[in-house]
Design a protein around this ligand. Structure first.
Ligand SMILES: [Zn+2]
Length: 78
């Protein structure tokens, strides 16, 4: 397992996500963004919009995914 924070994934807080792959932590971040924005958190709204854009435009967002995968690969295991 490795850990990436909301902030490392483009969000505004230090909540830690744990996963076996970059996709795991990206999905966890997506759920986190949906949840807190639904609860009225304004600080996460922009990150939520960016994440939505990435799902809608995966080709334009490949650079971001590759960055996240590289960051994840470089992390030490928990
Ligand atoms: Zn957050």
């Amino acid at each position: 397992m490795k850990t990436m924070t909301c902030r490392q994934l483009g969000g505004p807080c230090d909540l830690a996500h744990h996963g076996e792959s970059a996709d795991d932590v990206i999905n966890a971040q997506d759920q986190h963004l949906k949840q807190v924005v639904k609860e009225g958190d304004e600080a996460h709204r922009e990150a939520r919009q960016e994440m939505k854009f990435r799902w809608l435009h995966p080709k334009k967002s490949l650079g971001w995914y590759n960055d996240m995968k590289l960051t994840f690969a470089d992390l030490p295991s928990d």
